[in-house]
Design a protein. Sequence first.
Length: 152
Amino acid sequence: MNGLRRYLELQAKSKTGLSSRVVICAAIAAFAALVATSFILFALFIWLAQHYSPLTAALILVALFLAIAIFALICCVVAHNQTVERARQELALRSNMPWLDARYLGIGMQVGRAIGWRKLLPLAAVGILAAGLAREWVGHRQPSADDDLTEG
């Protein structure tokens, strides 16, 4: 059941790209943008009221909070892209292991009950052994880039 939950979680992350890090960075960016807007309005008020020193201080604070908002927004985008990429990689890894799918396990259980476990176990052992040998045999037959360099 935990595997199914993790699979659904990875599917959702690959589609939306949401994670706790993305939400926190977006909240910081929204807060900093709100503060920057408040200081812009405050600076405009001061500028209208007086034309000198308080305006300079307010504009420095606006620049500071605007820089924080931009930095948090960049962190949010990077975290989003990393979350999507990690979820896609894990889904690709899972797609290489189709026998772990719940549907196949359910079908295997029904076949085992119908035929009988005592008859099926030797057949399954031979199948696993044959699959392992085939994988080793195919793996050794594919030349690597290093083999091509040493032959020529």
